[in-house]
Write a protein that binds this ligand. Structure first.
Ligand code: DP6
Length: 362
């Protein structure tokens, strides 16, 4: 697929009004996307587990205008309240995707959105939020062009979501989604693909408990963070490492090799933070409780042999990853030894999921 393939053919349908709701999940990267080129093209390939419980639900109602408007016409609410400060982000998004959805100025949109996770949890909602909105807009595209295949629908939804937020392109499907050119069959920089090789059952049911260490606003936005990879002294090495880690993961996923999985995933998380510590300007995004948690996980793993590990986003919260079979043991470990490091003792239990779902349309 090339970018031009996502420019629409002739619209045959006539749609005056409608409404659609999608629930789209968040995802957690195992090999991290960190660094990008123009037009939201990633500097290296990445792969993530799609989550199940952490999700955004978005309803879009659309009404055809009498004539094409000069500006985008939309209203936006978040958890039932108007959300003016999200509007510029949506305008940037609409502007980027208009070449591929030329009807955007022909409709008035009412966008209502809510998250399953607490508002101020420090969990980024851009992946779930942008993918849910992209899917709702694709629903209208599908009504205007009813012969689209499901495969094209998913690819274009992911392509559009990417233009809103890179990692959002990995939220359409599950349980494992890869994004970015790599030697892998079918991989592309333009959208995420469901991981095309064999995945051992252990990785199809993985669990992720998110420990909320710092529920505040992110210290560095990911867009600023990605920019720090330009002229970064270790950038080329890092991008090569991401390719190598993806190659290694192929046998790991196939054989259910949890031990090597742990090594790759923890190294990826620490490398992401190492990149931020060694950029100019430099940042330390972990808090002391992040380090306490990492050390406690390592000690527990050494003592009990339980295959539990951590990964991190560009922030202080910790994702604790483990196979389903270890749930009872790890839940007890978290309650006994890790909760003390969480802000107000808060954490979210999640597991691997299978992607976005349409809930209602009229
Ligand atoms: C550390 O997708 O939030 O979570 O494309 O600028 O919106 P933008 O960035 P974003 O970056 C996510 C970075 C990450 C790693 C990852 O999810 O792969």
């Amino acid at each position: 697929m090339r970018e031009q393939d996502f420019e629409p053919a002739n619209y045959v349908g006539q749609v005056d009004e409608g409404k659609v709701t999608y629930r789209s999940p968040s995802n957690i990267a195992l090999v991290k996307y960190w660094g990008k080129k123009e037009h939201q093209i990633p500097a290296n390939p990445s792969i993530s587990f799609t989550l199940e419980s952490c999700a955004t639900t978005t309803t879009v109602s659309f009404t055809k205008l009498k004539s094409k408007a000069k500006d985008y016409s939309f209203e936006l609410s978040f958890e039932g309240k108007p959300k003016e400060d999200f509007k510029p982000k949506i305008e940037v998004f609409f502007n980027r995707i208009e070449p591929y959805l030329p009807f955007l100025k022909e409709y008035h949109f009412i966008i209502e959105t809510s998250n399953s996770f607490p508002h101020s949890s420090g969990i980024a909602s851009s992946a779930s939020g942008m993918s849910a909105l992209a899917l709702c807009l694709m629903h209208l595209e599908m009504e205007l062009q009813p012969d689209l295949t499901i495969e094209y629908f998913n690819q274009k939804a992911s392509f559009l979501a990417r233009l809103g937020s890179g990692s959002a392109c990995r939220s359409i499907e599950g349980p494992l989604v890869q994004w970015g050119k790599h030697e892998t069959v079918g991989s592309t920089d333009l959208f995420g693909i469901r991981y095309p090789y064999k995945v051992h059952p252990v990785f199809q049911e993985y669990h992720d408990t998110i420990l909320l260490v710092d529920k505040g606003q992110k210290q560095v936005s990911s867009t600023v963070g990605h920019d720090l990879m330009h002229n970064h002294p270790f950038a080329e090495q890092r991008f090569a490492q991401a390719h190598e880690n993806l190659t290694k993961l192929r046998t790991v996923f196939e054989n259910g090799d949890v031990e090597t999985f742990i090594q790759i995933v923890e190294s990826e998380a620490l490398t992401l933070h190492a990149m931020m510590m060694t950029s100019l300007p430099y940042f330390i995004l972990m808090k002391s409780n992040t380090l306490e948690i990492i050390n406690t996980i390592w000690a527990f793993r050494k003592k009990t042999g339980t295959p539990v590990c951590f990964t991190l986003d560009a922030g202080a919260n910790v994702h604790v990853l483990f196979p389903k079979a270890e749930k009872e043991k790890v839940d007890r470990f978290i309650a006994d030894e890790l909760v003390v490091f969480c802000e107000n003792g808060q954490y979210i239990c999640d597991s691997v999921g299978y992607g976005a779902k349409k809930l209602i349309d009229k």
